[in-house]
Structure formats: structure tokens, C-alpha cells
Design a protein around this ligand. Structure first.
Ligand code: N01
Length: 544
């Protein structure tokens, strides 16, 4: 397509690229590699100074992935054959080193523009090209734009009265300073107990003079079962890697080694059910979420059985029974697993330490942040450091940071006020030649990142190749197809317990955000829909 794309450029203007990819996480990197392999001219623009996506930004103490090795890596042998990890759940520094390794292996950096934040993109209907603008004022043209910005590109900073007045140090976990920030001996307050909160709390509790945890909703966290990995063990295991990577494309969990029993949990004999729970618990990671019974997220009775098992296991680790109702309440705060479970190593033991206090902000609300700390209904907690582990305005929030203009002159957000409209979570009506990956209305949060980067990513690679073969210049989702896709997602949501939790899956963590299921939960069903769509010549899209 390079030649075709170049031919219609003015003689004064540089030739338009075939594609501009935004974001250098797993998805962006995969697209760059594969599209280049297929002979397309591609540039990747990345706001950070290095590869890794969220792993470049999330540098807070304890930041690590919640998906275990070797699931959380690319399947290409040229990448894994001489790469070995030190931990089953690697930390952000090792993940950044992994991306450097991938860069060397695939020679990616020559086509990546680092320190380049894309601020706007507008479609030129006459040329069938996008004009992409960056923060520095530079513009580039490309036939296709492929946003690969991940789901956590926009940090959520809550509007708490007085936040700006705090005279100590305050950071959101996703904006943690590169030079780090010492917590040793300090009076630290952490607001938020999601995955980021759990991780930063575990590390802070080890060194802080005093740690106060401001919890709004208890985290139904699961044991990580972290392990050190050695080179010999991994070299031996690599004989099986091609088969493991094949298997992860076929499981509902998208992990090669997590599959669930298809029976209804509440119909299974109690001893057998408990044995299944116990085995999953021991394996750690997401096993207790995705590897017990398939009806955990769809049947309230089964879900409650999971919750009760979780609650009893968790209470056994907390010394002070007065904390039970805050940390592991008798009644579930929401259906188990309908907020993404976080993985923990020593999280509940932290609450047994003398230097740690818990403030349950449901019963003792935060009134304001003062220059010297946080004031609640129970008085002021004086602090040197406040850590905001308050999460993200996921998917649509990240996209809203780029002024993307469609052919109707509207921004994507303006078109989505009555609900998100996409087809396959990839195309958006009025946004021709813009193909999103790992975004809203595709599995994203329910899919292991690298697995989806490769599987969903191939849909885009194949689509661009097919269009080139047919000399087609434009692909655009129809409004009807997007309407049907939105309806399908709503129907699926209503078959599950997911709408019952105020989660970021539902957009419910952001005040004022429309409540709707942002991610497609049936991953294998989604992937077969993508394969069908490709095989049938892209119904729901107009190609010309
Ligand atoms: O964000 P979250 P996160 N006052 O939204 C609380 C991925 N991730 O950054 O539950 C008081 O889960 C909020 O309370 P509530 C991973 O997929 C991955 O932790 O809304 N509290 C909640 O406790 C994860 O799921 C890794 O009531 C307020 C917390 O802040 C996703 O990112 C590591 C508040 C936010 O938790 C998001 O995780 C880290 C307020 N005004 C993150 N506003 C890996 O391991 C919010 N909260 C890959």
C-alpha cells in the first residue's frame, strides 16, 4: 500500500505512511512488527521515552503484572528462546527490560518516535487519510491510524476537597516519579485498595514509619503465589512453549493453564466443590477467579459459594476480628470476581502490623485533604506522603485525551454520549481507517494482554493486507453494525453478575461516566466472531 498511499500525496508533502500506531505496549509493538513484516510503511508514536506501555509509567514500589509467566509474553520463538524471567509474576523493571529485549530482537526503535504524545487526529475525506498531530505541533499523514493505548492510559484523580493544598509529597501510582520517592520512616497515607493499592501498600508497610490505608471498598484479593524462576527450569520448559502458546489461544481464560469446570458450582457435591476451590487457591494467580466453575460470574448462588470460601480463607489471616467486617465482610460487598480480583502476597498480614491503620471511608468518610494530612469524620491523620491508588478512567477515558475527529466533525466522545458504538470493538462509525486494539467493547480486561495483542492484532494485519490486495483505500463501520454490537454487549452483560458491581469494567468507578459494560467478557466467542468476520469479507464494514 506504500506506493498507493504515496501516489496521491502532494509533491510538496512527504508521502503518507500506510499506518500510524499510537502506543508502544504489547499491542503497538506487535502491530509495528507484523505490519512491517507485511511490507507496510509504519510509524509508531509513543508519549514515553521507552517501550512498555503501562510498564513504563507504573513505577510505584511493588508494581508487577498479575498474569503469570510464560502466559504474559509474546509467543514468537525468536523472542522467548533466549529470554528468561526471574519471577513468575515479574515486576515493572523486569518488564521494561523485556521490552528492550523485544526491541533488540525485532529492531523496533528505528520506526518508533518516542517522547511524542499524539494530541489530535482528523480524517481527510478526499484523500482517505488521517492527519495526526502531536504535542510538539508536528503533523504526519497516514492511511490508517491504529490506537493501541491500552485500557489504563488515563489516571483517575478524584476530586477530593483540598487535594491541591497538601504540602507534603503526593503521587498517583501511574505518575510515580522516575527517580522514585523514599517512603522509609515516613507517615504515608494510601487512598484506594485496588490492584495498585494492594501492591504499593505491601511495599510501603515494610518501610514506612506509619501507614494509614483509606479503603472505600474491600478488595477481594487472591493469593498470587509468587515464585522465583531459574534459567535451567525455563530452558527445559521451553520445549513445551509452542504447545503452551497454542493452548492459550483456545482457553476462555486465555491462559494456557487456567480452565474451569463447566458444571454449576452450586450443583456440585460440597466436598468436591471445596476440593476444586482449594486446588485453585493453592495454584494462586487468577485460578480461583477463572479456574474453578464457569458459572461463578453468572449464577448468584455459585458466586456466593466462591465469596464465602474467599472470606473464610482471608479472615484466617487477619489477627484483629474488629477488622473482619471492613476487610472481609460477612456479606459480599459485590459479587465475587465482578471487580477484577487483585493478586496479593502479604496484603492481609499488613493489617496485623503495629505501624498500620485502616480507615474505612464508607463508615468514616474523608472530609478533606489539608496542608498536613487527611481529615476524616474521626479527625486529622497527619501525613508526609499521600499515595493516590485511585485507578483509571479506563479505555474511553484514554481515548478522550486525543482529539479524534470523525467524518461528521464530532469527537469520538460526542458520538458516544448515549453509549459506546463500535463494531467488534475495533471500528467506530464515522471513523474510517481507524482500527482500535485492546480497547472498549472487545475483551481487553478479560483477556491476557499478549494473547489478545496477537489474536486481535492479526485481524487488523489481515484486514490491511486484504484491502491492499483489492486496492481498497477505506474501511468504515456502519452505524447499524455498531448498534447491533452495542446491543450484543448489553445482552451479554445482563446474562452475568457484572452489572451488579461498581467496577471499572462498568465505567462505574468514574463519577458521571455512563454505566455500561466496557469489555466483551466471552473471549473465545469474541475471537470466533472476529474470525468469521474476516472469513466473510468484513460484514458490518464498508470497504471501498
Ligand atoms: O485501580 P482500581 P487500580 N475515595 O480502580 C478507590 C490494572 N493493574 O489502579 O473500589 C476513596 O482497581 C477505589 O475504591 P472503590 C489491573 O487490571 C494491573 O488499583 O471504587 N477511594 C479503589 O479501591 C487493575 O484492576 C496491575 O470503592 C477511592 C481504588 O481507588 C486495574 O489496573 C497493577 C476514590 C482504585 O482501584 C486498575 O487497578 C496495577 C475516592 N474518591 C493495576 N476513588 C497488574 O498487576 C477511587 N477510590 C497488571
Amino acid at each position: 500500500m506504500t506506493s498507493a498511499a504515496s501516489k496521491n500525496a502532494d509533491s510538496q508533502q512527504p508521502a503518507a505512511l500506510d499506518a500510524i500506531i499510537i502506543g508502544a505496549g504489547f499491542n503497538g509493538v506487535y502491530q509495528l512488527h507484523r505490519l512491517r513484516q507485511e511490507g507496510f510503511s509504519v510509524k509508531l508514536m509513543e508519549a514515553a521515552s521507552g517501550l512498555g506501555g503501562i510498564w513504563h509509567w507504573n513505577r510505584y514500589p511493588g508494581a508487577r503484572v498479575d498474569s503469570h509467566i510464560p502466559n504474559y509474553e509474546f509467543s514468537m520463538p525468536e523472542i522467548w528462546e533466549d529470554w528468561n524471567w526471574t519471577e513468575r509474576f515479574p515486576g515493572w523493571e523486569e518488564l521494561c527490560r523485556y521490552f528492550e529485549h523485544v526491541d533488540k530482537k525485532l529492531d523496533l526503535s528505528r520506526d518508533i518516535q518516542f517522547n511524542t504524545r499524539v494530541t489530535a487526529a482528523e480524517f481527510d475525506n478526499d484523500r482517505n487519510e488521517w492527519q495526526v498531530s502531536t504535542e510538539s505541533g508536528e503533523t504526519s499523514r497516514a492511511r490508517f491510524v491504529i490506537p493501541c493505548i491500552g485500557f489504563a492510559a488515563k489516571a483517575h484523580i478524584p476530586q477530593i476537597k483540598g487535594l491541591e493544598s497538601f504540602k507534603g509529597i503526593s503521587h498517583h501510582t501511574a505518575h510515580w516519579p522516575k527517580e522514585q520517592c523514599s517512603l522509609a520512616g515516613k507517615r504515608v497515607g494510601v487512598i484506594g485498595t485496588g490492584a495498585s493499592g494492594v501492591q504499593v501498600i505491601q511495599e510501603t508497610a515494610k518501610v514506612a514509619g506509619h501507614l494509614t490505608i483509606f479503603q472505600r471498598t474491600p478488595n477481594l484479593a487472591l493469593p498470587m503465589e509468587q515464585r522465583q524462576l531459574d534459567v535451567a527450569g525455563q530452558q527445559e520448559a521451553k520445549k513445551e512453549y509452542p504447545e503452551l502458546f497454542r493452548r492459550r489461544t483456545e482457553t476462555e481464560s486465555t491462559f494456557f493453564d487456567i480452565t474451569a469446570d463447566r458444571r454449576a458450582a452450586h450443583e456440585v457435591d460440597e466436598a468436591e466443590r471445596l476440593a476444586t476451590y482449594e486446588a485453585a487457591w493453592k495454584k494462586g494467580g487468577f485460578n480461583f477467579w477463572a479456574g474453578t466453575f464457569t458459572d461463578t460470574l453468572t449464577n448468584a448462588q455459585s458466586n456466593r459459594l466462591s465469596y464465602d470460601f474467599w472470606r473464610d480463607k482471608t479472615r484466617a489471616r487477619i489477627n484483629n476480628p474488629e477488622l473482619f467486617e471492613s476487610l472481609a465482610p460477612t456479606e459480599p460487598p459485590h459479587p465475587f470476581g465482578c471487580k477484577r480480583p487483585s493478586l496479593e502476597q502479604t496484603y492481609y498480614e499488613v493489617y496485623n502490623q503495629d505501624n498500620v491503620d485502616l480507615v474505612n471511608t464508607k463508615t468514616t468518610p474523608i472530609l478533606e485533604i489539608t496542608p498536613t494530612g487527611i481529615r476524616t469524620e474521626a479527625g486529622e491523620v497527619e501525613l508526609d506522603i499521600i499515595i493516590l491508588a485511585t485507578g483509571f478512567d479506563t479505555s474511553t477515558g484514554g481515548l478522550s485525551q486525543i482529539d479524534l475527529r470523525g467524518t461528521d466533525g464530532k469527537s469520538m466522545q460526542e458520538g458516544w454520549t448515549d453509549g459506546i458504538r463500535t463494531h467488534l470493538g475495533i471500528g467506530v462509525p464515522h471513523f474510517p481507517n481507524l482500527l482500535m486494539l485492546y480497547g472498549a467493547q472487545s475483551p481487553t480486561a478479560f483477556c491476557n494482554g499478549p494473547t489478545c495483542a496477537e489474536l486481535q492484532g492479526e485481524w487488523v494485519v489481515n484486514c490491511l493486507s486484504a484491502m491492499r490486495d483489492k486496492q481498497q483505500m477505506r474501511i468504515e463501520t456502519t452505524a447499524e453494525a455498531a448498534e447491533i454490537w452495542g446491543q450484543e454487549l448489553e445482552n451479554i452483560a445482563n446474562m452475568t453478575l457484572l452489572p451488579e458491581a461498581d467496577s471499572w469494567y462498568m465505567g462505574a468507578n468514574i463519577p458521571g461516566k455512563r454505566r455500561e459494560l466496557l469489555y466483551y467478557p466471552m473471549v473465545q466467542h469474541y475471537l470466533s466472531r472476529c474470525r468469521e468476520n474476516e472469513a466473510q469479507g468484513y460484514p458490518g464494514f464498508i470497504l471501498s
